[in-house]
Write a protein that binds this ligand. Structure first.
Ligand SMILES: CC(C)(COP(=O)(O)OP(=O)(O)OC[C@H]1O[C@@H](n2cnc3c(N)ncnc32)[C@H](O)[C@@H]1OP(=O)(O)O)[C@@H](O)C(=O)NCCC(=O)NCCS
Length: 161
């Protein structure tokens, strides 16, 4: 089984945005007080046998690359890992020194996933989600694993240019 990773193209948008709406309630992601409109971000898609099986969106600044979305449609097959590896390569090629993601305290699976792939928890922003809800009231009170969504955690990996 080959997982191919390619940039998201305009033709992919409607399928990917529908999946974003399904997972995040609408087409925005709110983290660290910032609203990201997913349709305006660059991203990668994962394909197995011609079918979309995952995607990610990112924002790069001079030194850092932020992972804004990372989603697998068929979990446990290596799709998330393949997307992350491709993004790390891209970020390094663009001169970034840090690859980072913000996740919320309820997402225990993501906390494990990133840490097993070289990321460290470098900051916890207590009660940050209270502010995110002011910008996006649709963020639920209770998240994954039955845990109240309250805090943001920054996971980062130093990558060499
Ligand atoms: C986090 C996420 C992207 C991982 O994608 P994935 O395609 O399952 O990733 P992989 O297959 O490469 O690895 C998944 C890990 O879970 C394990 N796993 C096994 N079966 C699994 C299953 N049924 N479901 C989920 N994970 C499973 C894998 O063995 C692997 O373990 P490892 O970390 O010890 O290697 C995916 O779970 C997801 O879309 N989560 C929801 C969105 C999210 O939380 N994104 C991250 C924050 S932005």
């Amino acid at each position: 089984m080959t997982i191919r990773i390619r940039p998201i193209e305009p033709d992919d948008q409607s399928e990917i945005l529908a999946l974003v709406r399904e997972r995040w309630g609408d087409e925005t992601i709110v983290v660290h007080g910032e609203i990201f409109h997913v349709a305006r971000l660059e991203g990668l898609k994962a394909i197995i046998s011609g079918a979309l099986v995952g995607f990610s969106h990112h924002q790069m600044s001079e030194d850092e690359c932020e992972i804004v979305t990372l989603a697998s449609i068929q979990e446990g097959l290596g799709v998330g890992t393949a997307l992350l590896e491709a993004l790390e390569k891209l970020a390094r090629a663009n001169g970034c020194k840090i690859l980072f993601a913000i996740t919320t305290n309820d997402n225990l699976h993501a906390l494990g996933f990133y840490q097993r792939r070289g990321f460290r928890m470098v900051a916890l922003y207590a009660d940050q989600v209270k502010y995110s809800r002011k910008l996006k009231p649709a963020i639920p009170e209770i998240g994954l694993n039955g845990i109240p969504i309250r805090d943001e955690i920054r996971l980062e990996k130093t990558i060499l240019a």
